[in-house]
Design a binder for this molecule. Sequence first.
Ligand SMILES: NC(=O)c1ccc[n+]([C@@H]2O[C@H](COP(=O)([O-])OP(=O)(O)OC[C@H]3O[C@@H](n4cnc5c(N)ncnc54)[C@H](OP(=O)(O)O)[C@@H]3O)[C@@H](O)[C@H]2O)c1
Length: 322
Amino acid sequence: MRAVIASAPGGPEVLSVGEAPEPVLRPGEVLVDVAATAVNRADTLQRMGLYPVPEGSSEIIGLECSGTVAELGEGVEGWSVGDEVCALLSGGGYAARVAVPAGQLMPVPAGVSLVDAAALPEVACTVWSNVFMVAGLQPRENFLVHGGAGGIGTMAIQLATALSAKVFATAGSAEKLAVCADLGADVPINYHDEDFVEVLTAAGGADVILDNMGAKYLARNVDALATSGRLVIIGMQGGSKAELDINALLRKRAAVIATALRSRPAEEKAAICAEVVEHVWPLVADGSVVPVIHERLPLEQVEVAHRLMEESGHIGKIVLTL
Ligand SMILES: NC(=O)c1ccc[n+]([C@@H]2O[C@H](COP(=O)([O-])OP(=O)(O)OC[C@H]3O[C@@H](n4cnc5c(N)ncnc54)[C@H](OP(=O)(O)O)[C@@H]3O)[C@@H](O)[C@H]2O)c1
């Protein structure tokens, strides 16, 4: 089948479209004919050889897709051949076909095209599981998301706004800050010339922070937290090692949590997907949450797509179509 092949660990130029063996369908899985996939930062790390593939997952890059059900594995119920779906994957999305545990399939939300649905699984599952299931963001609480104009950020702003939180979002340019505001952010913060700690402290502190920066922002994120605040770290764009002032956490009775979606067991991913379908898809169907897509490129332009992500020139998601 057609699939993206990495000739060796390295830059975007190692990627090209070639031939790979068809996936083997295991019991409990569904075979999907892929219509589109989307690019994630983890894909760029995997390409460089810095992100080991979880045991049992496809070696082909790609953490999400949309497409049509082609075949049902033994014991699968509730889906039929021909159903239009999107899926959270632990690998294998940059290919014509992928085998997916049935619990990680979701219907395409009403009002979204089959191609654009590929932009939703990773951001919807990451934001819902961390901001709502783990950190328990409540209406009227202060919510800060870093990287507000990225894939995760654009989903986080919309979901937190739809669920009545007060939303603060950081970004690095006027264009990106305007997008954050358009999506519902109450307080866009330019991280180059404003101090998010000062902004949040003046507002009573952040009840929940969704952080993509890791080490670089750890101390300042703790400073920006409110009493009983929850800092959830999902990325290490600013490094992975930093000092943590436990006294500052103790005084605030605050929590620091770090999570990764890809390495979670299939049952946990299935539980997250079920919650996303229950809580997020209705907001997509009524237009309160939309997929934000920077560009739709053919799979053959995978090298361009990876460069775009690494240069952070994009707003929202980058989709690859088959
Ligand atoms: N743990 C998990 O399960 C999980 C799942 C999905 C994603 N992630 C992680 O979440 C992060 C975001 O993913 P994504 O798909 O949204 O990537 P993305 O689309 O590339 O967004 C990242 C954003 O970070 C911003 N940024 C860079 N430096 C910043 C700084 N100093 N302060 C604030 N923002 C800054 C960039 O925009 P500017 O131009 O504004 O700087 C960019 O918009 C990545 O690190 C990814 O690996 C983790």
